[in-house]
Design a protein around this ligand. Structure first.
Ligand SMILES: [Zn+2]
Ligand SMILES: [Zn+2]
Length: 355
């Protein structure tokens, strides 16, 4: 029983608009729907069968694939990824998600490229109502960000223990790192230290233009590493746009500039994250917005968990989680897939179950 391909294309366009997706993406579906609706009866099916749909102006590979799936009686994959948000109040969903968060798994202090001491970050997190914050300063190879050597990280762990003793009961700084995923996929810190930390976020910061196959292998190697808990800002993109009222961050490492997404096989990477139970970070920084929504949807379909984090480099930036929650809500990410809705105890139990 075939579906109405034109109705499916229009439905996709509507849901993309609702999710505030880029205009060019919406237009692709609207144009294809228009082109097909102008054809005589039977020609759509005929062209789909002959593989000549893309010869029509306004019909590309993606829209042609949707049409073929509709005609075969299947809900197009593209549509299936969008319907998670159908009928939900997106604003209310974002608010509920933000309220469900108990902590933040990606933050920096002045030990690396953050602007404030650990105590100040922690006190701001307490005021926001968090139960924990994971301190994830950079690893040694990221010299521009004053990445911590093994020796400095050991000293930081002692300091965190001392600060924790002085903080209000019910709040804890968890130890962690944002470790560089090196060119061969290995992680840029001593094994023994990675095992000791509560949470390990791994990110690619160098060779972002690696060729697709190489970048995919690099990421898959890191994801298979039992120490990795969260895959940080997976595409490495930098976007120019910011939500209204948000000024550009003044910190060194995150100067506003645009950068294209790294190229990798997203389905393979997200399948590996699901298999190894590595959470995909939804980075809330306005200039990152990483991963883009279409990839959040693919990760959701792959069965991945998520962490909605700020990557804060200053205390006020700890309040940026709302941006990540909005994007997660637009993609239909449910709270029970988000690891920082968990208590600190459950989070640490999860991370230590793997290495
Ligand atoms: Zn980073
Ligand atoms: Zn970071």
């Amino acid at each position: 029983m075939s579906r109405d391909p034109i109705a499916d294309l229009r439905r996709i366009a509507f849901l993309l608009e609702r999710a505030n997706e880029a205009t060019y993406r919406v237009r692709a579906f609207r144009s294809a729907a228009k082109a097909l609706s102008a054809l005589p009866a039977g020609e759509v099916a005929g062209r789909a069968h002959a593989g000549t749909l893309t010869e029509l102006p306004g019909v590309g590979d993606v829209t042609a694939r949707c049409v073929a799936e509709s005609l075969a009686g299947e809900e197009p994959v593209y549509l299936r990824r969008l319907v998670a948000t159908e009928g939900t109040d997106l604003d209310a969903a974002a608010t509920a998600l933000r309220e469900a968060l108990r902590g933040d798994c990606h933050t920096h202090s002045d030990w690396s490229d953050g602007g404030s001491p650990i105590e100040e970050m922690a006190l701001a997190a307490v005021e926001l109502g968090h139960e924990y914050v994971v301190l994830t300063d950079h690893s040694p190879r990221l010299k521009v960000a004053r990445g911590l050597t093994a020796e400095r990280l050991r000293r930081q762990l002692d300091q965190v223990a001392a600060i924790n003793d002085a903080l209000p009961k019910g709040f804890r700084i968890l130890t962690g790192i944002e470790v560089d995923i090196l060119a061969d996929g290995s992680l840029d810190q001593d094994e023994e230290l990675l095992a000791r930390l509560d949470v390990v976020v791994g990110s690619v910061h160098s060779g972002l233009n690696d060729e697709r196959g190489r970048m995919t292998r690099r990421m898959l190697t890191a994801i298979a590493n039992p120490h990795l808990d969260i895959l940080g800002h997976c595409t490495g993109r930098m976007v120019a746009s910011r939500p209204a009222g948000v000024k550009g961050p003044g910190d060194r490492a995150h100067r506003a500039r645009t950068r294209a997404e790294s190229d990798f096989d997203a389905d393979a990477v997200f399948a590996a994250c699901a298999e190894h139970d590595v959470a995909v970070e939804i980075n809330s920084r306005p200039e990152r917005q990483d991963p883009p929504k279409r990839l959040i949807r693919r990760a959701l379909e792959a069965g991945c968990r998520f962490a909605i984090d700020t990557d804060a480099h200053a205390p006020g930036q700890l309040d940026w989680q709302r941006f990540g929650c909005e994007r997660a809500a637009l993609c239909g990410v449910p709270a029970d897939r988000v690891v920082n809705t968990w208590t600190a105890a459950r989070l640490v139990k999860w991370t230590s179950s793997r290495g």
